[in-house]
Design a protein around this ligand. Structure first.
Ligand SMILES: [Zn+2]
Length: 574
C-alpha cells in the first residue's frame, strides 16, 4: 500500500486561515490531508507537480439552488467547475421537501418561476423518492455527488405540507399548524439540515414570485411566525438561518434564536443583480450590520454580491421583470399567451412609458439601447430572416433604423420569432472602490452564486473565479490570503460546516490547485445539456489544474474525471 493516494508537490499553499502563503507539499490518503510539509512522494499512487501554482482549500458556496440539479448533475456545475467543493442548497425558503406526492407539480411550478429552473427539466430530472425532509436527505445521500452537499430546511415546503399554500396565503396559519411546522423543522434539523431559510420579501418589488405572480407563501410571514421558527431553532441550539429579506427581520431572528443569520444580499452602490439595484445604499447596510453585530452582539453575516452583472434572456420564460407590474402581467401564462400580450399595442404603452420614465433603463437597470439581439433559436419561425437582419445589432441601432420606440423594436423581433430570440445586456461593472467596501467588510461572504437558479439568464456561480482573477488580481481589493479565507473558511463557519474550508492535517481533502496568472472565467455560452432538452447559460473556468473533493480529483484542467466523491454533510454530525 502506498503511503499517499495523492501528493501535491511544491505548490504555494494558502491555507484559508489568512496564514501568509508558503511552499509545501500536501499528502492525501483516505480522503484526508495527512501531511503538509516536505514529503517523500516516491511511493505515492499519484503525484501532481504544483510548482508555480496556488494550492488552496476548495470553495464553500453557501447560496445555491441545486435542490433539483444535484439529481442529474453530480458536480453541480457551474459551481463544480469554479473550484467549489461544498454547496449549500435549500436557500431562500424554496425547495422540495417535505412534499406530498399530489403537491409535486405545484412545488416545481413555484421553482420554475421564483428561481427560473425549467419545468421540463425538473419533471425529467428529479427522482421524487421522498415525502419528508429526512427522506429527501436520504435521497441526496444515495445520489452520486461530485461536490459535498449541505441543506437548509426551506420554509415554503413546510407551509405547503402542513397548511397548504393557498390556504396560508389567504389566512396565514393557526397555532396548531405553526406548532406542527416547528416540530417538522426540528425533525429536519435533527436529520442534518443546517438551519432554516426563508424569503420574506413582501409583495412589492419582489422578483422571486410564485408561478402565478403572487408572492411566495413565506413572503408575507408575520412576526409571530418568524418568532416561532426562530425559537424552534434556538431550542435545538445549532444551525444558521438564511434570510432573503430585511436586516430588521434578520435581527429579530438572531435575537429570538441566538443563532447566526446569513442575510441576502449586500450590494455595492452601482451594482445590479437579478433583483435589480440594492434595497439599501451599501454604507447604510454596513452601518446597520455594524450596529447589530458590534453593538448588540448578534451574528448577522452578509451574503455580498461580488460579481459584475450581465444577463441574457428570451421572453419565453423571463421572470426578472416581475417587479414592474405591466411586465409581470405580460410575462405570466403560456408562451402563446405571453406572445399575444407582448404583441398587443395597448399593453406596450405602459412598457414604453416605464422605459421613458426611467431614462432608457430596462428591467433591473440595463441601458435599453445597448441590449443586443444575441441569438435566435433555429426552430423559431423566420429564424434565418431574423438572424440576417438583426443578430449582433443593438436595440438602439434597430430602433433608429426602423424609426420605432426601442420597446417596439425589441418586442416586434421577439414576437416574430415566437419569443425564441435571445437578447443580451451589457455588463454592469461595479466600481472597484465600492466592491472593496462591501467585499472586505467584517461580515461579508462573497457570492451570491445562485448556482442552479435563473439558469437561462445569469452565470453568477462563477463568483469564486471572478473574486480571485478579477477583483484580487486585477483590482487588488484584498490579498489572496484574505480571498481564500472569505471563499472557504469564513462561509464554512457561517453555515456550520465543521472541519472544512481550510487546509490542515487531518481535515477532509477538499483542495484546488490553480494557476494564478491564467485563472479566468470563460465566455458565456449556451449548453443544451439539461434534462428535457432545455438550454442553460454557463461560463466555464480556465486555470484550475485540479479540483479535489474528499481526496479524489473531480476535474483536471477543466475536464471532468467522472469521480463522485462528494458527501451529504449532515449538520451537527459530520
Ligand atoms: Zn436564492
Amino acid at each position: 500500500m502506498p503511503t499517499y493516494d495523492l501528493v501535491i508537490k511544491s505548490g504555494t499553499v494558502i491555507d484559508g486561515l489568512r496564514t501568509p502563503r508558503y511552499k509545501a507539499d500536501i499528502g492525501i490518503a483516505g480522503g484526508k490531508i495527512v501531511s503538509i510539509g516536505r514529503i517523500d512522494a516516491s511511493d505515492a499512487a499519484e503525484v501532481v507537480d504544483a510548482s508555480g501554482k496556488i494550492v488552496a482549500p476548495g470553495v464553500v458556496d453557501l447560496h445555491t439552488h441545486y435542490d433539483s440539479q444535484v439529481f442529474w448533475d453530480p458536480w453541480c456545475t457551474m459551481s463544480g467547475w469554479h473550484g467549489v467543493t461544498s454547496v449549500v442548497i435549500g436557500n431562500c425558503g424554496f425547495g422540495f421537501a417535505p412534499c406530498k406526492p399530489e403537491d409535486r407539480e405545484r412545488a416545481m411550478l413555484s421553482l420554475s418561476r421564483n428561481e427560473a429552473v425549467p419545468m421540463k427539466t425538473m419533471q425529467a430530472g428529479m427522482p421524487w423518492d421522498w415525502v419528508t425532509f429526512p427522506e429527501f436527505l436520504e435521497s441526496v445521500d444515495r445520489t452520486p455527488k461530485g461536490v459535498n452537499v449541505m441543506a437548509f430546511v426551506p420554509l415554503a415546503p413546510l407551509y405547503a405540507y402542513v397548511a397548504g399554500v393557498d390556504q396560508t396565503k389567504a389566512n396565514r396559519v393557526t397555532d396548531a399548524e405553526l406548532d406542527e411546522m416547528c416540530r417538522l423543522l426540528i425533525e429536519g434539523i435533527e436529520a442534518g439540515g443546517c438551519g432554516w431559510s426563508a424569503q420574506i420579501a413582501g409583495e412589492l418589488g419582489n422578483v422571486q414570485l410564485d408561478f402565478d405572480g403572487t408572492p411566495m407563501v413565506t413572503d408575507c410571514m408575520t412576526d409571530r411566525e418568524v418568532t416561532a421558527f426562530a425559537r424552534a431553532l434556538g431550542s435545538v441550539g445549532r444551525g444558521t438561518v438564511q434570510l432573503t429579506g430585511s436586516l430588521d427581520v434578520s435581527a429579530l431572528i438572531a435575537r429570538e434564536s441566538g443563532r447566526p443569520i446569513i442575510w441576502n444580499a449586500l450590494l455595492a452602490d452601482g451594482a445590479l443583480n437579478q433583483h435589480g439595484a440594492g434595497e439599501y445604499a451599501h454604507r447604510d447596510a454596513l452601518k446597520q450590520l455594524a450596529y447589530y453585530n458590534e453593538e448588540e452582539g448578534l451574528r448577522i453575516y452578509a451574503q455580498a454580491l461580488t460579481t459584475n452583472f450581465v444577463s441574457e434572456f428570451t421572453f419565453e420564460d423571463y421572470n426578472l421583470l416581475d417587479t414592474i407590474p405591466c411586465w409581470k402581467e405580460a410575462l405570466l401564462g403560456t408562451v402563446e399567451e405571453k406572445q399575444a400580450k407582448l404583441a398587443d399595442p395597448e399593453r406596450r404603452k405602459a412598457m414604453r412609458a416605464n422605459v421613458d420614465e426611467r431614462g432608457g433603463l430596462f428591467g433591473s437597470g440595463y441601458v435599453m439601447n445597448d441590449i443586443k439581439v444575441n441569438w435566435i433559436s433555429s426552430d423559431a419561425p423566420n429564424a434565418q430572416e431574423i438572424k440576417d437582419r438583426y443578430e449582433g445589432w443593438t436595440i438602439g441601432e434597430i430602433a433608429a433604423r426602423e424609426h420605432k420606440h426601442p420597446i417596439d423594436a425589441m418586442l416586434d423581433i421577439a414576437v416574430a420569432g415566437d419569443l425564441k430570440v435571445g437578447f443580451a445586456t451589457q455588463m454592469i461593472v461595479t466600481p472597484p472602490e465600492s466592491m472593496k467596501e462591501i467585499a472586505t467588510s467584517p461580515v461579508a461572504l462573497p457570492g451570491v452564486s445562485d448556482g442552479g437558479a435563473h439558469t437561462k439568464f445569469v452565470t453568477t456561480a462563477r463568483y469564486p473565479t471572478e473574486l480571485i482573477a478579477y477583483w484580487v488580481r486585477e483590482h487588488e481589493i484584498m490579498s489572496l490570503e484574505e480571498a481564500h479565507w472569505r471563499l472557504s473558511y469564513y462561509p464554512a463557519v457561517a453555515a456550520g460546516l465543521k472541519d472544512r474550508g481550510y487546509l490542515r492535517e487531518g481535515a477532509p481533502a477538499d483542495v484546488v490547485v490553480y494557476d494564478y496568472e491564467r485563472l479566468d472565467s470563460g465566455p458565456q455560452e449556451r449548453l443544451w445539456d439539461y434534462p428535457g432538452g432545455e438550454m442553460r447559460l454557463v461560463q466555464k473556468a480556465v486555470g484550475y489544474d485540479r479540483i479535489i473533493v474528499n481526496g479524489r480529483t473531480t476535474f483536471i484542467d477543466g475536464e471532468c474525471t467522472d469521480a463522485t466523491p462528494g458527501k451529504l454533510l449532515r449538520h451537527g454530525t459530520d
